[in-house]
Design a protein around this ligand. Structure first.
Ligand SMILES: Cc1ncc(COP(=O)(O)O)c(C=O)c1O
Length: 366
């Protein structure tokens, strides 16, 4: 069986180092907001090229904290509208809704699956105060154009970089450093994955960072003196131990993903399978390799019968979820069509050449 993603194999590579580091962690006697979290925040800010990084409990909390911090600073007000891609993971939407803001769903570009610039422009009005750029599947959204629109209309830009650790622009600026503030997830399956939940916020804004440092820790940086209404959304110290180690391997893991993607792109020749757009640069770190097919159920069961596991990212768009019944009337045909036709093929830094060749061979005889 070729697994969609073999998390055991991914982490097994680091077992001796994990064990050594775990022993040091245990011996330290310091298990929350210790030196590993501090070190990770410094290391990840340096990696992304930002002035600040605040570790968080997960990616959803990272995104939500950004909105809540902007509300706290007065840059956003309850009820403000946020433009958000209609085809994203549900957590992107939850962060907006849970902050008392209103999501406005924007259709994507078919080619990249990322938010359409033309559609953003059509939806600008005085209620809109922010744009969320999701770097879906690991490919940077058209952030240059998004930032230009945002500057013109004085809007905030927030990156959901949960799937794009290490993706960079032509001028080598990384995801996380392309907007006012960015959220990352370190869920185990991510390109930089913890051994449990984890997340981070990156920003160059000192005032925002100051609020976030307090807000993710009950509203304080000093014990028992609370400056604002906060939460317990801290990055766990043990996860920071693992993340500090794995960060050193992120670039080589991303390179491996790009190599696999290049092989799929050049070797898959079935006319029934629409391959994703890739310009060959580092702007895509292939968190997922997503193809489109007409008769998806048939394709997925064909691969399953040949021992190849696939997943669907995602089967139901946010506006058609039961939880968002008030949005179900929306007409978003591109998004809905994408959700009906996408299939994610196995891709990960631990896939063998043999496995890659097998996926290609089976698809080409579909
Ligand atoms: C695009 C996107 N946004 C947000 C999240 C939420 O991150 P987490 O699972 O760490 O809460 C994820 C990942 O799960 C994601 O893929």
């Amino acid at each position: 069986m070729i697994k969609f993603l073999d998390l055991y194999k991914i982490n097994k590579r680091f077992e001796p180092e994990f064990q050594k580091k775990f022993q040091q962690f245990l011996d330290s006697g310091h298990y929350v907001l210790g030196k590993e979290v501090k070190a990770f925040e410094t290391n990840f800010a340096a990696y992304c090229g930002t002035k600040y990084c605040i570790g968080t409990s997960n990616g959803l909390d990272a995104l939500t904290l950004i909105f809540k911090a902007y509300l706290c600073l007065g840059n956003l007000k309850p009820g403000d509208h946020v433009l958000i891609p209609a085809n994203t993971f549900f957590a992107s939407v939850l962060s907006v809704v849970n902050s008392g803001l209103v999501p406005v769903f924007i259709e994507p570009e078919e080619e990249t699956f990322n938010i359409s610039i033309q559609e953003i422009e059509k939806h600008i009005n005085p209620k809109v105060k922010a744009i969320m750029a999701v770097h879906l599947y690991g490919q940077l959204a058209n952030i240059g154009a998004i930032n230009t629109i945002a500057e013109k209309h004085n809007l905030l830009v927030i990156e959901d970089a949960a799937q794009a650790h290490g993706a960079e622009t032509e001028t080598r600026i990384k995801a996380g450093n392309l907007s006012h503030a960015a959220a990352f997830s370190f869920y185990p399956s991510k390109n930089l994955g913890a051994l449990g939940d984890g997340g981070a916020i990156t920003t160059n804004n000192a005032a925002l960072a100051e609020v976030l440092k307090k807000m993710h820790n009950y509203g304080t940086e000093r014990k028992y003196e609370f400056d604002l209404i906060g939460y317990n959304h801290r990055l766990d110290e043990i996860q920071a131990v693992f993340l500090n180690m794995k960060l050193a391997h992120l670039d080589s893991d991303n390179l491996k993903r790009q190599e696999i993607a290049n092989r799929y792109l050049s070797e898959i020749s079935s006319k029934k399978v629409e391959l994703p757009f890739y310009d060959g640069s580092k702007n895509h770190v292939f968190h997922l390799f997503v193809v489109r097919v007409k008769n998806r159920d048939k394709f997925v069961s064909y691969l399953k019968n040949h021992d190849i596991e696939t997943l669907i990212h995602y089967p139901i768009p946010p506006h058609k979820q039961k939880a968002l019944i008030n949005f179900s009337h929306l007409n978003l045909p591109i998004t809905e069509q994408i959700h009906k036709t996408v299939v994610s093929l196995p891709i990960s830094p631990v896939m063998s050449n043999q496995e890659i060749a097998q996926v290609v061979k089976i698809i080409n005889s579909y």
